[in-house]
Write a protein that binds this ligand. Structure first.
Ligand code: ADP
Ligand code: ADP
Length: 223
């Protein structure tokens, strides 16, 4: 369970991007829906420990996220909105390299990890190709493969379907749903359909505040 307690963030220029956000996020897929400028990326970066909120506390299990960011990072997978420059190395080599950085020490463990992730994200057949040549959908699936190294228990995915065609989008969301049964996955999006079918619970963020929280079908019926 991820608990956000009264999180506010004011940027140096005075913009109040988050204003008293409190949420309890259980295991499974959780949707964070809101228009551009709502504060979604600020909230995702805050949970991912890349920003410290001006106010508030966050806990994940027994981890005090703001006081112990390094503990959270060990169990975090984060796919940011503007994910990466896509290098000319192959998908296989890049995942292998990331696994080294995440502390998967033995070559045999890395091989098993990388092969499992390439299969899970349906990238096995293109494992030797440069990521630079991947389509949008392939890049996002590769981003999820990267985020999954080390078996994280908290996965944050910021606006992952932007720019994907409908088929790639469905494929990507179904992949998240398969992963999401035993971990917390937070999916931020401005597209209602991304959360409506797949997320048992969701919150609507606007102007830095939680407007509503609950099951998608109840919330969407009200609007
Ligand atoms: P801070 O206000 O927290 O000191 P900066 O103003 O230095 O941060 O900006 C940090 C990053 O955020 C930069 O890459 C900048 O381009 C980007 N940025 C600045 N203002 C905005 C904005 N209004 N919306 C989105 N990104 C912004
Ligand atoms: P979303 O992801 O929902 O589009 P953001 O978290 O990017 O929302 O932005 C929330 C608000 O904070 C917006 O008004 C945006 O312009 C502003 N903002 C984002 N980053 C910065 C920054 N680095 N400095 C100042 N303002 C920012």
């Amino acid at each position: 369970m991820l608990e956000l307690n009264n999180i506010s963030h004011v940027y140096a220029n005075g913009t109040r991007a988050l204003d008293g956000v409190s949420l309890s996020i259980p295991k499974g897929m959780y949707g964070l829906l809101g228009p551009n400028g709502a504060g979604k990326s600020t909230l995702m970066r805050t949970i991912a420990t890349l920003q410290t909120p001006t106010e508030g506390t966050i806990s994940f299990g027994d981890i005090d996220v703001i006081a112990q960011p390094e503990r959270l990072r060990r169990t975090l997978g984060y796919l940011p909105q503007d994910f990466g420059v896509y290098p000319r190395v192959s998908a296989y080599d890049m995942l292998d390299h990331m696994a080294v950085l995440k502390g998967v020490a033995s070559a045999a463990d890395r091989k098993a990890t990388v092969e499992t992730l390439l299969n899970q994200t349906n990238l096995w057949s293109v494992r030797k190709k440069a990521i630079a040549g991947f389509s949008g959908g392939m890049r996002q699936r590769f981003g999820i493969a990267q985020a999954l190294i080390g078996n994280p228990e908290l996965i944050i995915v910021d606006e992952p379907t932007a720019g994907l065609d409908p088929e790639e989008r469905n494929r990507f969301l179904n992949l998240l749903a398969e992963i999401g049964e035993n971990v917390v996955i937070i999916l931020s999006t401005h597209i209602v359909e991304d959360v409506a079918d797949l997320c048992p619970r969701m919150a609507i963020l606007a102007g830095g505040r939680i407007q509503r929280e609950g099951a998608p079908h109840d919330l969407i019926a009200q609007t």
